[in-house]
Design a binder for this molecule. Sequence first.
Ligand code: ZN
Ligand code: ZN
Ligand code: ZN
Length: 350
Amino acid sequence: METDRPDPGLYPPDRIGLAAAAARAAGLAALLLTPGPDLRYLTGYDAHQLERLTCLAIPAAAGEPFLVVPKLELLAALASPAGGLELEIIPWDETDDPYALVAGRLGDMAGPMGLSDRMWALMVLRFRDALPGVRQDLASAALRALRIRKTPAEVAALRAAGEAIDRVHARVPVDFTIVGSGPNAASPHHEISDRALQPGDAVVVDIGGTMPSGYCSDCTRTYVIGAPPPEFTAYYRVLQGAQEAACAAVRPGVAAEAVDAAAREPITAAGYGEFFVHRTGHGIGLECHEDPYIVSGNAEPLQPGMAFSIEPGIYPGRSGARIEDIVVCTEQGHERLNHATRELVCVDAR
Ligand code: ZN
Ligand code: ZN
Ligand code: ZN
């Protein structure tokens, strides 16, 4: 159970209706959503992923949506924002077959079922057996366009997540031991070895986490222990310029790949192109990595409400650096959700 109640504005009651319309437009007959970000997005229910089936079924055309839950989860479902929706919640007993229950309620399906991208294979296969001959597709075909544009309430939740990580980074130069221990929900994004830090080390500190609202944060700063290693200061300046240029490129109508190019060009021009070995960014919301991806080949135009990381890096070998902020595309241009200093911070060697 969550102590901080999420902003009720995060879960407007019309989302299931919008999802049904989107499913219809995508040629799906129904959406079947098990616990995960899709279910949470549509209902506010942060359900446990169990071997027992919890599933929101949304017929695309005729028929009302319904939520099937194991009887022992009924109170949790009713206590969640889903309990406040006009949504039939159907508990099933231990000896019931919940897949047959869902299939029976849906009746004859005149098109494929859209399954949540994160549904367990266990459930995918059971639904295949319960609805023989019905093609299985991904629910993201319908839900992507809804989830990719954040509402003002979602942007506020992402902003709060960004502020939480800014506070962690503000403490890093003060007390470097916080890295790896971290406050609530903060954890290093990538594996850290047990090698002791030494003077002259550059340390890439990538911190992400999930707030009680369900919305994620992800922010990287690079710190140097003592004096910077040779060449570091030069390529860190290039990186700072590249990250600025990519953020400045964000506005409606600009292709996602153009933002990647804006980060890559100055790095390549300075001779470090081969050391920028990953895409510039990833979307963020209820998932820490989601659409849109800021990568060469993604020509999708940015739209207001899209939220994503801008995180170019340069890794020439023994040392490396990355600067990452979450940015939201706005009507006017963009808003950064992280404000921790991007200047090079040297931490005392102890
Ligand atoms: Zn990552
Ligand atoms: Zn990160
Ligand atoms: Zn990231």
